[in-house]
Unconditional design. Structure first.
Length: 760
């Protein structure tokens, strides 16, 4: 606002100082006025000095008035809109417009556009003369009613004037824009016809197609509402479906208002069809020659007649695919997209063979495969939903159609296709025909869906017979294959172990939802070689003597034994000398590689060993092959040769009578075997008496007369030496003999030793 005001002020200052002035587009170019408040200051609508002789507002070009001609009832107000435009047709603000009612006209100016802050803003000087200025901004002029349809919207470059008349007649209005230089364009003439007439035209209405429709136009005095008879009302079909008015049977008819002020016609369609008729209604006052009133066109109004018909639509949907045994739903929707109600609506659905009815919502009338519903009246825009649950009993493509009918020949149908499929299980169990007992027994099971539907919740179970078990000891294995689509497969592999040889039959089974089943069998033979080993040799050997052992291996099974290895462990007490058939000595054992032994075959080898220790020597041979083994032991007694040396020594020889003599008896085992239960018995000569005796371990001897006996020595080990002592006393002179006798378990005859002693 401030910018615009400044620009206007600048233009006005220019006008005050120039004889000839070129106007400004947005401001008032015709007179020098200042913004002011308070009373309005009327000014003569003169141009600047010399303005009548020049184009002092080169922007203003044309003036428009709407409406140029109109009819209004007396005692109503009529608004005239003036627009000032430039040469390009754009509205111009701040242009002065003068409003004048010509002499001899009826009516008065009620008010004009007085908006603005200038002292020269709009004003009314008399009931027939007023001044206003075109607006800078958009405005809405309301009539003070609650009906927004009677509001008037004003754009920048427009201004307004309101007129009225209390009596019938014509008002001739002159609008003048002094800023327009062209005299042929700066004035516009308009006329307003005032009649004490008001009217009510038929309101837009809606009817069902093919039905008659009465149209009523009422004409009456505006002043008191009394009816006006004899007015001519013309009805004309402007567009839409073909039709005729009665009376007259034409698409254009003119009827007079009756004493009640009403002009009636009946509209009929040529052919029932939907559409909208636009109907123009002209109201004319008839000529009255008696009172010199010419005929006059009072008003033109328009109305519409919308012809509607009920409609009926049906849609049907179903799953594209289902499986045998599955339940699924047909969804049916019946709708009336029109604005008119459809009556006697009936739906029918004939289920195809292979589709069995289960239930429906709402409940249907069922007769075999035929279903029906009576829906009654379906209002415009209303729809009804039906759901039918069915079950498929066989495979195939099922084309199912539902139809709907209603009054007035309405019908529609809709179809839905469902492909019903069925899965089919197949099972293959694979196992090897023959395996060794010590082998893992592998199994592979493959479950497949060879059908055209989805196999759901597929479970596979494998039953193992007695003698076969999984690694964790189970005799039944299972796995879930989940859902298998058409053509899909899943497989599983596992190992079992056999506890014995024999033929085993294994069974696998598969199940799925809907009672689907499949099974498969396979058999495997479990075999094993059976090895036996025997060993022979001498029962007894003396230390240092060689001993030859013979080892024989036999395959007593029914399959070859491969990678046969024979080992003979050399125990302590034996020493390896040699081995036959390429036997190799290493790490205390002799090893033979016998290769593969066919069923029923045998192989013998020998080994020569030397006895190096006493006692029972256990010699074990072990044979091992793939999936077979055996062993055999042989016990040989190793003995030694005892060689006992007996020595007797007199320690004091010679002795005198009365003196003592000590004899040492030394027993030494010079052989290779222990001497068991060695016993020493001493016999004294008559010339000696017993004094004392002691054994090797302090044993006490028994004495009986001249015989002294020591207890047996349990075991005299090879190279062991024991000593006995006997003390005697000489009682007479002589050359005597001290006799010692030795016996043992190893000596077949006693050993005697004498020692001579001289007594003096």
């Amino acid at each position: 606002m401030r910018v615009q005001r400044f620009r206007g002020f600048a233009c006005l200052m220019l006008a005050a100082t120039a004889v000839s002035l070129v106007g400004c587009r947005e401001s008032m170019p015709h007179s020098f006025t200042w913004p002011a408040t308070g009373d309005t200051i009327p000014t003569h609508p003169k141009p600047p000095e010399g303005g009548y002789y020049s184009d002092w507002d080169p922007y203003a070009a044309t003036l428009e008035i709407t409406p140029l001609e109109a009819v209004n009832p007396v005692r109503t107000q009529h608004v005239l809109i003036a627009t000032v435009r430039d040469k390009e047709g754009k509205p111009l603000p701040n242009r002065r417009v003068e409003w004048m009612i010509a002499d001899q006209s009826v009516g008065s100016i009620v008010e004009v556009d007085e908006s603005g802050f200038r002292a020269s803003r709009g004003y009314k000087l008399t009931n027939s003369y007023a001044i206003s200025h075109t607006n800078n901004y958009s405005h809405t002029l309301t009539r003070g009613t609650d009906d927004p349809s009677d509001d008037i919207n004003l754009e920048p470059g427009q201004t307004w004037c309101v007129i009225t008349s209390a009596v019938e007649g014509d008002t001739h209005i002159i609008a003048y824009c002094p800023a327009i230089y062209d005299w042929t364009k700066h004035k516009v003439f308009a006329v307003k016809h005032w009649y004490d007439v008001s009217w009510e035209c038929p309101a837009p209405d809606t009817n069902m197609v093919g039905t008659p429709h009465e149209m009523v136009t009422r004409v009456f005095k505006y002043s008191d509402g009394s009816p006006l008879a004899g007015y001519l009302v013309t009805y004309k079909i402007m567009s839409g479906p073909g039709g005729r008015f009665d009376p007259g049977a034409a698409n254009t008819v003119t009827v007079n208002t009756g004493d009640d002020g009403i002009a009636r016609v009946v509209l009929n369609q040529d052919t029932p069809m939907e559409g909208v008729n636009e109907i123009q209604i002209d109201i004319n006052r008839p000529e009255n020659a008696q009172c010199c009133k010419p005929g006059a066109h009072i008003a033109t109004c328009n109305t519409t007649k919308t012809w509607l018909a009920p409609q009926i639509d049906i849609t049907k949907s179903a799953p594209a695919r289902a499986e045998v045994g599955d339940e699924f739903d047909y969804s049916i929707v019946v709708s009336n997209p029109a604005q008119m109600a459809a009556e006697n609506v009936t739906v029918r659905d004939n289920l195809p063979d292979g589709i069995v009815y289960v239930s429906s919502n709402p409940a249907a009338s069922v007769s075999g495969q035929a279903l029906s519903w009576n829906l009654g009246t379906l209002a415009g825009g209303q729809s009804a939903a039906l759901s039918v649950r069915v079950r498929a009993t066989r495979t195939g493509t099922f084309h199912n159609c539902a139809d709907v009918t209603a009054s007035n020949g309405l019908s529609d149908n809709a179809c839905a296709d469902t492909v019903v499929t069925a899965p089919s299980l197949a099972l293959v169990l694979n196992c090897q025909a023959e395996l060794m007992l010590c082998d893992n027994v592998p199994f592979r099971v493959v479950v497949s869906n060879n059908g055209d539907g989805t196999a759901k919740n597929v479970m596979v179970t494998v039953d193992l017979p007695d003698g076969l078990a999984s690694s964790d000891g189970r005799n039944q294995l299972s796995f879930s294959a989940g859902n298998l689509g058409a053509g899909q497969s899943k497989e599983a592999t596992f190992n079992a172990k056999a506890s014995r040889v024999g033929d085993y039959g294994v069974r696998a089974s598969a199940t799925a939802d809907g009672g689907l089943m499949a099974d498969s069998n396979c058999s495997t033979r479990i075999v094993s070689p059976s090895l036996a080993v025997s060993k022979t040799g001498p029962d007894v050997r003396y230390i240092g003597r060689p001993a030859t052992y013979q080892i024989t291996v036999n395959n007593t099974g029914n399959v070859p034994a491969r990678d046969v290895i024979l080992t003979d462990t050399i125990p302590a007490g034996l020493q390896f000398i040699s081995a036959s058939d390429g036997g190799q000595m290493s790490g205390g054992r002799v090893t033979w590689n016998l290769g593969t032994m066919e069923p029923g075959s045998s192989k013998s080898v020998t080994t020569e060993l030397k006895a190096t220790g006493f006692g029972s020597v256990v010699n074990t041979a072990t044979v091992q092959a793939y999936c077979a083994d055996a062993n055999a032991s042989y016990t040989m007694e190793v003995k030694g040769v005892p060689a006992v040396l007996l020595e007797v020594i007199d320690m004091n020889d010679p002795i005198e009578v009365g003196g003592t003599e000590t004899y040492e008896i030394v027993v030494t085992n010079q052989g290779s075997a222990p001497d068991l239960n060695t016993k020493i018995v001493v016999t004294l000569p008559p010339e000696m008496d017993y004094v004392s005796a002691s054994g090797p371990s302090g044993e006490q001897a028994s004495v009986e007369g001249k015989t002294i006996s020591f207890p047996p020595y349990p075991s005299l080990a090879p190279k062991q030496r024991i000593i006995y002592k006997v003390q005697t006393k000489a009682n007479a002179v002589g050359d005597v003999r001290f006799r010692t006798t030795m016996t043992s378990d190893m000596l077949q005859t006693p050993v005697e030793e004498t020692e001579s002693t001289h007594i003096y």
